[in-house]
Write a protein of this length. Sequence first.
Length: 163
Amino acid sequence: MQDKISNDHLTRTQDKEFAFTKMITCGLCGSGITADEKFKKLKDGTTNRYVYYGCTKFKDKDCPCGYIREEDLIEQLAMVLDTISLDEIGMKDRIRTEIESHNEFQESVLGREVKEKVKIKEVDIRNYAKHILRKRPLYEKRELLSHLRSKLILKEKQLSLVS
Ligand SMILES: [Zn+2]
């Protein structure tokens, strides 16, 4: 019984909630990417949380990959989403459905008129995908990335897609 409790505790602490670790590979040595959090006390007494991503150095213990802030990573991911074809975003049908139901909500609940039944444009789908990256809960971010058709690599603090 005692063992079971400590094991549970171990799994929980090891499984910290970082959104983007499993979908990205180090472009220098091919290891996975891990994340770490740092807390910084601000002058007004509040604490800021910073998340950094970098190589696990599993395959090369001297890998010079370096670290990148989560905010930077998200903005780079957003740029990647701007450059890839919509078919690469595996969730585009679901995103389209979500935008449609959002529009219906605007119409029927808020009484706003959504300009006829405008066809949902590519740019809307891209923007919604970026919205998920920036604002939606962790599991949705992960889901979005797990549906990308290409692999992501991080090399010299630059994120790119492997074709
Ligand atoms: Zn590496």
